[in-house]
Design a protein. Sequence first.
Length: 300
Amino acid sequence: MTEQFAAGVLAIQRPSVLAQVLREAGFSFKKQLGQNFLVDQHVLDQIIQAANLTSTAGVLEVGPGAGVVTQRLAAVAGRVVAVEKDASLRPVLERVLAPFPNVEVVYGDFLQVDLAALWREHFEGCDSVRVIANLPYYVTTPILFRLLEAGLPIAQIIVMVQREVADRMAAKPGGKDFGALTLAVQYYAEVERILRVPPGAFMPSPDVESAVVRLTMRVEPPVSGVSAEELFRVVRAAFSMRRKTLLNNLSQGLGLCKPVCTAMLEQAGIAPVRRGETLSLEEFAAVARAWKCVTRRGEP
Ligand code: SAM
């Protein structure tokens, strides 16, 4: 599976080479930026395989670090744009990525980058664009939501996340991991778990297990008759207190009196004593549609 790189490409995925290149650049790891660089060939292979890239595909990478994944992406994709917050990695990335003219590194905070402008500038000629990231764990959720809600033509998002975040993303109703994050991710994308990754796959090793997840973006929302904003207003209210019933959480969170809230849940075909974590996305959509009727009637 491993592509044979041309002569002159640094084998940065080898821990000894990575350590030497970082040392020569005077680089020191910043824990606060979630810097755990991937050094496991098998995991790298699996990520590249999951991305299924062609020479006309574009890749947006969040946080290239020392360029371990970036090199492999550049060898198969048409265009790679990587956004890195830590400008002290510039000498490392310039050296490691020198043989790849199809890569551009943008230095800045991914949460601040103008994504629409970046898209126009770099990905116009690409037939599909995937986002690939070994995400810094301290900022996983905001980065994911930025991508999911960006309204950009992203085909797939392949991300390394903390294993418990992967469990929440892929959870089914009724389980302990099912919650607002599950519903939000599954509203925008189909979720597949690709592989579990042990701490030893990184330099330095994190304290937690990780997992690679592939999100295939939906072309149409999976539920109808309700906007994302309306749906997630109801979802947020339903999960505001974990052990409370839907009736209690929704009446408080949506500002409805209990008889109106009970009638709304009955209209949606949902027992008021159920808890948020037992409802599917479709059932939440039914509640949100019933809530729209209530708000139209102006009932308290
Ligand atoms: N992709 C590399 C790899 O797999 O070896 C590095 C992954 S490391 C877990 C996360 C990277 O994201 C680091 O290089 C870190 O500096 C960068 N980073 C952290 N916060 C960021 C942000 N807000 N925007 C862009 N990059 C960020």
